[in-house]
Design a protein around this ligand. Structure first.
Ligand SMILES: *[C@@H]1O[C@H](CO)[C@@H](O)[C@H](O)[C@H]1NC(C)=O
Ligand SMILES: *[C@@H]1O[C@H](CO)[C@@H](O)[C@H](O)[C@H]1NC(C)=O
Ligand SMILES: *[C@@H]1O[C@H](CO)[C@@H](O)[C@H](O)[C@H]1NC(C)=O
Ligand SMILES: *[C@@H]1O[C@H](CO)[C@@H](O)[C@H](O)[C@H]1NC(C)=O
Length: 512
């Protein structure tokens, strides 16, 4: 045992030494390189190395480090690390693995389990040698996301999920005007005020089962809230709670705080409404469907951020549809100052009769190709442009429209730190782009900060944590008990047998 270890260590040292003097052939790719990653100095870390971190796609990170202990800041080659994830005992398992090269010396490794396994082994190798403490062993039953095995103790779950401590500032603000929520009158009031012209879901979660009734006629988007609430209640016990989710784009509650506003949960907030904000349906869906139905998610984008800063086209870029007057004005500006801005419409719908002036519409550009440009313009559409999280995740500097709409995390972003602000009417946009061109280092720092924020704060576990917190804050204000109302249906959990083997209540209590 000892001898084998010593030999492999010697091999690594030898391998790393020859790099110091000259370019070497990368054993993995065959390319000549000045440096390669040193297996035993590179770092492997992140929540996906733990059994109880249950999210749809588990993830961890690799930092490539060279022989001299320096972190790589560019890619050591996309095949620098080989990953094998398999059940500790038995055969291969149904596990889908992706390694995403972030081109900054780090990788995201993520994997989706299609079954549960009694112990999982994660091997991270470079040039055939184990990296850091590889192999990592996830002991005990490593459960598939489909398992309906809610953790009773919310604090335990929060700790397993690396939830941030404290109440999110947006949630704090949202609930500050709702010291109590009277369930006795809520459903009647919501139905009479909103059901006629809007579409909502009325949910009751009782004993961790989700019941739902829809109000209004355009209710397709219930699929996002249904799926997320089912996923959340599979993972953690949610307090009994009864609430409404607005399925439309616009937040609804316009009443002032002293005028008995109703607590409506919405995917987008605005400064002239009182809705309680949830993560958008877009990020909600991509959290659930990472490595599934959705290809653009907070992690895939990190591996597709175009050329390095120095090599990006020094111009602002924008594509989108005509959902707001300012978007047309942006096109106008782009025509007047093409050296600053490349903006064009990909579709006409709201302002069809102005197509002659602002068209012709141009072909779609793949989102990843936006990052060929140094500056990204985020202009609101009908409401907040839900692309902002993805734009921030790239390594371009984001210019953000000063608008009344916001998503759940905007309250934590600071102008000139995470983004460059510009006015609602675009009147200072030219000047701001010129500022960025003249202050390249500052613009790059802003790009880095925005990226760091979303990398850390918009991972899937954060989205689960956020939803639970909103429901807990809500539940703690309820007066009266949540009920199963007439017309509500029970939403069923997936029925596949994923070998979940949940610990049941009694066994869980004896474990404590
Ligand atoms: C090297 O990378 C790790 C992980 O990304 C980071 O924690 C550490 O601070 C970096 N070290 C230096 C010297 O930058
Ligand atoms: C920029 O592009 C040039 C030409 O393709 C390339 O040689 C250089 O390595 C790139 N710079 C960076 C920092 O990627
Ligand atoms: C994540 O959000 C927290 C809370 O706002 C903040 O303190 C932290 O700096 C953020 N992380 C990054 C890397 O920006
Ligand atoms: C749950 O408890 C019941 C009765 O105590 C027991 O028969 C059953 O096997 C347990 N199930 C699991 C998955 O532990």
């Amino acid at each position: 045992m000892v001898r084998i270890a010593a030999e492999s260590l010697a091999g690594v040292v030898f391998m790393c030494l020859i790099l110091v003097c000259c370019a070497v052939k990368d054993v993995v790719t065959g390319y000549d390189r000045e440096r390669v990653a040193c297996p035993y100095k590179s770092l492997v870390f992140g929540p996906g190395l733990e059994t109880n971190f249950v999210v749809p796609a588990r993830f961890f990170y690799i930092q490539a480090v060279d022989f001299e202990n320096n972190n790589f800041t560019y890619s050591p080659g996309k095949n620098a690390f080989e990953i094998v994830i398999k059940p500790i005992s038995g055969n291969r398992g149904r596990i889908y693995i992706q390694t995403l090269d972030r081109h900054d010396g780090t990788f995201i490794v993520r994997f989706r389990l299609y079954d549960s396994y009694d112990g999982l082994k994660i091997e991270v190798k470079s040039a055939g040698r184990h990296v850091a403490d590889s192999p990592y062993k996830l002991k005990g039953l490593v459960r598939c996301e489909n398992c309906d095995c809610p953790v009773d103790d919310q604090d335990q779950w929060r700790s397993d999920m690396y939830c941030r401590s404290g109440v999110h500032p947006q949630t704090q603000t949202d609930f500050s005007i709702f010291p109590s929520i009277d369930l006795g009158t809520l459903h009647r009031d919501v139905e009479s005020r909103f059901a006629k012209h809007h579409s909502l879901c009325h949910y009751s979660i009782i004993n961790n089962k989700v019941y739902r009734k829809t109000l209004g006629s355009i209710v397709g988007f219930k699929m996002f809230s249904d799926a997320f609430l089912l996923s959340l209640t599979r993972k953690v016990r949610v307090p009994d709670v009864e609430f409404f989710i607005n399925l439309g784009d616009w937040p609804l509650e316009k009443r002032d705080p002293e005028d008995e506003p109703l607590p409506i949960l919405s995917w987008c907030g605005s400064t002239d409404t009182r809705d309680i904000v949830l993560p958008t349906y877009d990020i909600t869906e991509s959290t659930l469907e990472t490595m599934g139905r959705v290809s653009l998610d907070m992690m895939s984008v990190q591996a597709n951020t175009g050329p390095k800063w120095e090599n990006k086209t020094e111009k602002a870029f924008w594509r989108g549809r005509d959902s707001r007057r300012e978007r047309l004005n942006l096109v106008k500006l782009s025509r007047r100052r093409p050296e600053l801005l490349d903006a064009a419409l990909t579709n006409f719908f709201f302002f069809r009769n102005e197509e002659a002036e602002y068209g012709p519409k141009v072909k779609h550009v793949s989102f990843y190709d936006f990052f060929n440009f140094k500056y990204q313009i985020n202009v609101d559409g009908t409401v907040a442009a839900y692309r902002l999280p993805y734009l921030l995740a790239g390594d371009s500097a984001v210019f953000r429209h000063d608008s009344i709409y916001y998503e759940h995390f905007y309250a934590e972003l600071e102008p000139w730190v995470h983004y460059i602000p510009f006015k609602l009417d675009l009147s200072d946009l030219e000047e701001r782009i010129e500022w960025a061109m003249q202050n390249d280092d500052s613009a790059q720092t802003i790009a880095e900060n925005g990226k760091a924020y979303v990398r850390e704060n918009l991972t899937s576990n954060n989205i689960f944590c956020y939803y639970l917190q909103v429901l807990e804050e809500y539940a703690s204000r309820q007066v009266g008990s949540p009920k199963i109302h007439e017309g509500m249906e029970l939403l069923e959990q997936p029925s596949e047998n994923n070998n979940c083997d949940c610990p049941n209540e009694s066994t869980r209590h004896t474990e404590l």
